[in-house]
Design a protein around this ligand. Structure first.
Ligand SMILES: Cc1cc2nc3c(=O)[nH]c(=O)nc-3n(C[C@H](O)[C@H](O)[C@H](O)COP(=O)(O)O)c2cc1C
Length: 184
């Protein structure tokens, strides 16, 4: 028998990311755990942003954002970007991260992030508490050290689970390993 709890979004672990937005006149970085993968061709990701975030009107105005994945050394920076607001803080300075120049978008990316996805907003769905921006990934910027066999394979990425930041641990299997076992 299981205990019934009040309805809530219990999905975990969630990817913890820093979303960068803006252009040369104004730019910002905010931490998000509610980011998702929703389409493969073209590649599309979503970000859920509360309407009162300083970043919200910036993303709305520019129609662009960049999703920066977080590895263990960037954990503190990610927390700082999630507990301070661009209303009164230059988060790049506060978090000790560097603005990388956007290639396919005007907004900066986090230079220290292992992988940055430059996105163009193609759709917005307004839910009661959050706006969901759908972003087509126009470009993937990878740090050289995370590319293995020509593909991005960053390790020690940070996930958000029950209020804690954790890195993924033991390898329990690989994609399709059960099928391979059957064929033996
Ligand atoms: C781990 C973590 C996850 C967060 N996830 C979200 C999220 O998914 N959506 C959101 O709107 N805010 C989220 N926040 C809160 C924002 O990052 C925070 O309110 C931030 O100050 C907003 O920055 P801004 O006002 O400069 O845009 C999260 C914060 C943390 C620390």
């Amino acid at each position: 028998m299981k205990i019934q709890l009040k309805p809530s979004t219990c999905l975990a672990p969630l990817p913890a990311v820093i979303v960068t937005c803006g252009d040369e006149s104004e730019n910002n970085a905010l931490t998000l755990a509610w980011a998702g993968t929703v389409n493969s061709e073209p590649p599309i990701v979503t970000i859920s942003v509360r309407y009162n975030r300083h970043s919200f009107p910036i993303i709305e105005r520019t129609g662009e954002f960049t999703v920066n994945l977080i590895d263990a050394p960037l954990t503190r920076a990610m927390d700082i970007c999630g507990v301070t607001s661009g209303k009164d803080t230059d988060k790049f300075a506060a978090a000790g991260i560097t603005r990388g120049k956007g290639i396919k978008v005007k907004c900066p990316h986090v230079e220290e992030s292992p992988l940055s996805l430059e996105c163009k907003v193609i759709k917005r769905v307004d839910l009661p508490t959050h706006a969901v921006f759908f972003g087509e990934v126009l470009n993937v910027l990878a740090r050289e050290e995370v590319i293995k066999n020509g593909r991005p394979a960053p390790e020690r990425l940070v996930a958000y689970t029950n209020g804690s930041y954790r890195v993924a641990g033991d390898v329990l299997g690989t994609y399709g390993y059960t099928l391979k076992e059957q064929k033996k």
